[in-house]
Design a protein around this ligand. Structure first.
Ligand SMILES: Cc1ncc(COP(=O)(O)O)c(CN[C@H](C(=O)O)[C@H](C)O)c1O
Length: 341
């Protein structure tokens, strides 16, 4: 039974070309830095982002947490936007792994206010922890795949660098942001000191994320990855799919964005759905149910009966995410099912 899976772009299946590349991958022991396919993916990632080095990770969470470990020392404070994945969905890793506390600022659809960031940087004072990192997320998951412009990233970087602080970008969906802005990822992230991006979401690799930054940082992050158990052996089998992802999947993301907008515009016509269509910029749609009509669970179950999977939260919030494995026809089918409810 085939489902239309709108829960996330993490569900994407590898392409046939990825599977072939995986089966033919040249491999070696990556702890000794001898896996040729991982080395090729790391070099390609660094080149695409115009950073000195790249480092392959099993997941985006591990890459984000290794970056925070490599940027900070226990007892320091990092400045984040209050709804970031790094804070909301990484199991308290900031505290548990890095021993840092977070200063959570309110964002405008994920973008931080440069003045608020500057005001949050701790001056030296015997009572205060040292601020050691500033983080952004682009596109922003919880706010609905919203995009932060280069100009707005650069404004935060300017404050960070004025205080000699690094800026780390959770760029899980940075290719979606660059597609929306019609720019390159290198241009968009040029002022970020380090960034993570996912191969395993819209780019459709079966697993894997990359961290890119300068050589000194990547050397520290490699050690943090080993500490976290991410030192892998012949993982070129996974990296081979990542290379195909970068070569073939970054230019099709506009299709996902068009499907998301088509879905959002149709959802807006349904009386018991509250959605801001203008906020749909990339492949994530978030909307609220009029729960007097349906409870979140009822809504999820009715869609499941129609072979459609979505993520709902108890308060009636719904997220739908378009991706390679959801076609335009399937989007139109979802619309007809929703209108029939
Ligand atoms: C902005 C951002 N940064 C990092 C990650 C973590 O990536 P993985 O650890 O899942 O590879 C995610 C995954 N997001 C997943 C999803 O959206 O379904 C879930 C919520 O973890 C993310 O959205």
């Amino acid at each position: 039974m085939s489902f239309i899976d709108l829960r996330s772009d993490t569900v994407t299946q590898p392409t046939e070309k990825m599977r072939t590349a995986m089966s033919e991958a040249a491999v070696g022991d990556d702890v000794y830095e001898e896996d040729p396919t991982i080395l090729e993916l790391e070099e390609k990632s660094a080149r695409i982002f115009n950073k000195e080095k790249g480092l392959f990770f099993p997941t985006g969470t591990m890459a984000n947490q290794a970056a925070i470990l490599a940027h900070t020392n226990p007892g320091e404070e990092i400045i984040i936007e209050k709804d970031m994945h790094i804070y909301l969905y990484e199991v308290g890793g900031l505290a548990f792994l890095s021993g840092v506390q977070s200063r959570q600022l309110p964002g405008n659809l994920g973008q931080l206010d440069p003045q608020e960031v500057e005001a949050a940087i701790r001056p030296s004072n015997i009572h205060f922890p040292r601020t050691s990192l500033i983080c952004l997320e682009n596109t922003h998951n919880v706010h609905g795949g919203t995009v932060i412009s280069k100009r707005d990233i650069d404004k935060i970087a300017e404050v960070a660098h004025q205080y000699k602080l690094p800026l780390h970008l959770d760029g899980a969906r940075i290719f979606n942001a660059a597609t929306y802005l019609q720019t390159t990822v290198a241009e968009l992230t040029s002022s970020c000191d380090t960034l993570m991006f996912c191969l395993s979401k819209g780019l459709s690799a079966p697993a894997g994320s990359m961290l890119v930054g300068d050589e000194n940082f990547i050397n520290r992050a490699r050690k943090c990855r080993k500490l976290l158990g991410g030192g892998m052996r012949q993982a070129g089998i996974l990296a081979a799919a990542g290379i195909v992802a970068l070569e073939e999947m970054t230019n099709r993301l506009q299709e996902d964005h068009e499907n998301a907008l088509l879905l959002a515009k149709n959802l807006a016509e349904i009386p018991w759905i509250e959605i801001d269509v203008d906020r749909v910029e990339t492949n994530i749609i978030r909307f609220n149910l009029d729960t007097s009509h349906f409870s979140a669970v009822e809504f999820e179950n009715k869609l499941r009966e129609a072979n459609i999977k979505v993520n709902v939260s108890g308060d009636g919030g719904v997220r739908m995410v378009t991706h390679k494995d959801v076609t335009r026809d399937q989007v139109e089918h979802v619309v007809s099912v929703l209108k029939s409810l």
